[in-house]
Design a protein around this ligand. Structure first.
Ligand code: GLN
Ligand code: ZN
Length: 751
């Protein structure tokens, strides 16, 4: 036994699970039909791993929605309001994940959160003081039986570990994680016993929470749970699996505890390599070495990997593994036949990564040196298209390029003079409803059923309509509606040099939702205007100011598969220069207000606070500044972020040096306003006054109340009135009525 993976994708090569699940939800498929597809997928996944020669195959990594929710469900961590619905267990499970609504009853879904620093989202389990943790489910055991039937000899049972489960949950009552330790230990102990009785050799407990900064209390909690749990362990071997970061705070503790194996991520960080080298790795434990990248799509460079492994000087057994679950990469690079061969051969999706593990294993054991040569050739011929002009531009950047002049307070004065906007100016975040006809128009163009001219003409009609609507509603700063955009990153990626796109590269984002991230392949540059024609078209339709809408460099980067031959800072700077060209072009075409969206800025913060600036914000913030530093003082730069937990990075956000920022606020009950006051925030702000995620239409009175609450705390001269986010997902009725009410409420407050 020498190779394993932490987990496999589950949505299906053709997103079968998505379609089956959605059919079930719409009552177009039965439970049996859904479960049959799920079964089929597991069987295929195991067969694939077996065929590739993976020795220790994960079982339990499959999920109908989310594995954290699976663990919560298995252990009866289900709030009473869901149990009271009296649903079948499958429907109760889905109710937790996505809420439930019938004529008689309505319960909201549990919250969803980003899974560490990935674009996957997990369901946040909820504890209250009555939560009665006990092993009630059978999912994991059933899947083990199923694997046995499929002759998967070396099944490795996989589940979220007790520590991470407690750390990621919310606690609604008085009790804290520590109070649940005895119950959690008993329940996981039972799980161990059952799996042991099933003849399972290895149990993998996922504890990625160890990659966050760990306080002494955290370590004590971990130690307490595992000293007890492992004390009663039978034959079954327990693998402590970590990923996404390093375990510097817990290394002493975890190497002392009687785990049989420890899994470390050697890709996300070099820190774990240092730890093993400096502190040594216990000879009586198996090291699961996470050497094949589960988060990115490039081929593994075997020589480097083998060197790393050898340098570790580990005495005991080593199992070669992925750095994290392969669920974060698409299934199969060989399906990407539209990509040039020169790109395609550098890609490794989940299937290719299985082969890589088998090959690495052979090389490591001195068995197959031939593949080493092939792999080396691949790396010696890698040709990320370089762009000397881009390089030269970056070389010439100076501090001045990152500084917009004059300073913001002076610009604020100038802009107020030029624009003569009413107090509390109203605007929206950019998109208006992407109704069926809008999507159909795009799909017709893609299928070649209409010409580009016909496509544009349709969108122009849409723009005319939405400009009229905004004028009628009395909005101050108008937008063109973003009808031409399918996705705010893909749209720009497609028009910039340096990106390539997959046809089938889906990755699960949450539940049945997937994303198809662009791949950054070469140096990024802009060779022609992207949004200018559309923005100018809209601008000429009205006497109002029309805001240009762009996606910022950090968001474009964070939502793509990045290159690894250059640093994130270099990539982001290239993208920033490309978007800067677009900003200057819009300005040259008399667009006076330009919004540069950065909804993903916060989400890629490193897991450890100590790395926030040095590893990220120190280049992410300058990249944004570089985008807009070249505009005239009277050109107003807006930005938008879809979250309200600015918390500790509030200064960094102010430092973006935008003139205006809009963000989510209504759902967080405007609590952010206090933080803004405390931080003496200088950017003008548009705290979203209503939640666009809900179909509910806020009344004028309600909105008036919210606006009054905002201006009670912040100077009215610095406030903008807008919704939380883009209106893309709403119906036109909902969007129109809500925006109309928003303007009415603003006018009432003004008067
Ligand atoms: N301008 C974009 C829109 O309105 C912003 C989207 C976002 O914040 N994610 O859709
Ligand atoms: Zn948003």
């Amino acid at each position: 036994m020498t190779t394993s993976i932490i987990g496999f994708p589950r949505i299906g090569e053709q997103r079968e699970l998505k379609f089956a699940t959605e059919h079930y939800w719409k009552k177009r498929a039965t439970k049996a039909e859904l479960l049959a597809i799920a079964h089929q997928l597991r069987v295929q996944h195991w067969a694939k791993q077996k065929a590739a020669g993976i020795d220790l195959i994960p079982v339990g990594d499959f999920s109908l929605f989310d594995t954290t929710l699976d663990a919560a469900y298995l252990f009866n961590i289900v709030p009473a309001r869901y149990k009271d619905l009296g649903l079948s267990s499958l429907d109760e499970y889905f109710a937790l994940a996505r809420g439930y609504q019938s004529e008689a009853k309505s319960v909201k879904a549990l919250p969803m959160k980003k899974w560490f620093n990935t674009n996957y989202h997990y369901i946040v389990p909820e504890f209250d003081d009555d939560t009665d943790i006990k092993l009630i489910g059978s999912k994991l055991f059933d899947e083990i039986d199923e694997a046995k039937e499929q002759n998967v000899e070396n099944a490795k049972a996989v589940i979220v570990g007790p520590y991470t489960l407690l750390k990621l949950s919310v606690f609604k009552g008085k009790k804290q994680p520590i109070d649940f330790v005895p119950a959690v230990v008993t329940a996981y102990g039972e799980l161990l016993t059952k799996l042991n009785d099933q003849g399972v050799d290895w149990l993998q407990l996922d504890e990625p929470a160890l990659s966050f900064d760990q306080s002494e209390d955290d370590i004590a909690l971990f130690d307490k749970i595992y000293s007890k749990l492992l004390a009663s362990k039978k034959n079954i071997k327990v693998l402590l699996q970590t990923y996404f970061g390093d375990v510097r705070d817990s290394y002493q503790t975890i190497t002392k505890l009687p785990f049989d194996g420890i899994g470390l991520d050697f890709v996300a960080t070099t820190e774990n390599i240092k730890l093993v080298k400096q502190e040594g790795f216990p000879a009586d434990k198996v090291l699961f070495a996470g050497v094949v990248n589960g988060k990115n799509i490039w081929r593994n460079h075997y020589v480097t990997t083998i060197e790393t492994l050898k340098s570790l000087n580990v005495q005991g057994d080593i199992v070669l593994s992925s750095s994290c679950s392969l669920q974060h990469v698409p299934y199969d690079a060989s399906l990407e036949t539209q990509l040039p061969e020169s790109v395609q051969r550098h890609l490794a999706f989940a299937y290719q990564k299985l082969d890589e593990l088998a090959e690495l294993d052979a090389i490591f054991q001195g068995k197959n040196q031939k593949v080493l040569g092939v792999n080396n050739d691949l790396f010696s011929t890698i040709l990320h298209p370089e762009n000397q002009q881009v390089k030269a531009r970056i070389d010439q950047l100076t501090n001045a390029d990152y500084t917009r002049l004059p300073e913001r307070s002076e610009r604020e004065r100038i802009q107020k003079d030029v624009f003569h906007l009413p107090e509390l100016p109203t605007t929206t975040i950019g998109s208006f409803p992407q109704t069926k006809d809008v999507r159909q128009n795009r799909s017709k163009l893609r299928k070649g059923e209409i010409t580009r001219t016909q496509y544009d003409a349709f969108n122009q009609e849409k723009i005319k309509r939405i400009i009229k609507f905004q004028e009628k509603a009395g909005v101050d700063i108008l937008v063109h509606g973003e009808y031409e955009r399918n996705d705010m990153v893909e749209y720009f990626g497609e028009k910039l040099d340096g990106f390539v796109f997959t046809q089938n590269g889906w990755v699960q984002s949450y539940g049945t939702r997937g994303v198809k991230p662009p791949i950054i392949w070469g140096d990024v540059s802009r060779n022609e205007p992207i949004t200018v024609a559309t923005t100018v078209f809209a601008d000429h339709l009205t006497d109002h100011l029309v805001k240009g809408m762009l996606t910022g460099p950090v968001t474009i980067f964070n939502w793509s598969f990045p290159r690894e031959d250059i640093t994130p800072e270099q990539s982001v700077t290239q993208i920033a220069l490309a978007i800067r060209d677009e900003v200057l072009d819009l300005e040259a075409h008399d667009i006076k207000i330009i919004q540069i969206d950065e909804p993903a800025l916060r989400e890629n913060l490193p897991l450890r606070k100590s790395d926030w600036y040095s590893d990220y914000l120190d280049w992410a913030v300058p990249a944004f500044r570089l985008v807009h530093s070249g505009v005239q003082p009277q050109t107003q730069i807006h930005t938008h972020m879809c979250y309200s937990e600015f918390g500790d990075i509030i200064q960094a956000i102010d430092n973006l040096d935008a003139d205006v920022i809009s963000f989510e606020a209504s759902r967080s009950d405007l609590s952010l306003i206090d933080q803004l006051v405390a931080a003496d925030f200088q950017t003008e702000v548009g705290p979203g006054v209503y939640d666009i995620h809900s179909p509910r239409i806020p009344s004028v009175e309600e909105l008036e109340g919210i606006i009054r609450r905002i201006i009670a705390k912040l100077p009215a001269t610095k406030i903008w009135i807008n919704p939380d986010c883009g209106l893309k997902t709403r119906s036109e009725k909902e969007a129109f009525e809500a925006v109309t009410n928003m303007v009415k409420a603003t006018k009432k407050v003004r008067s």
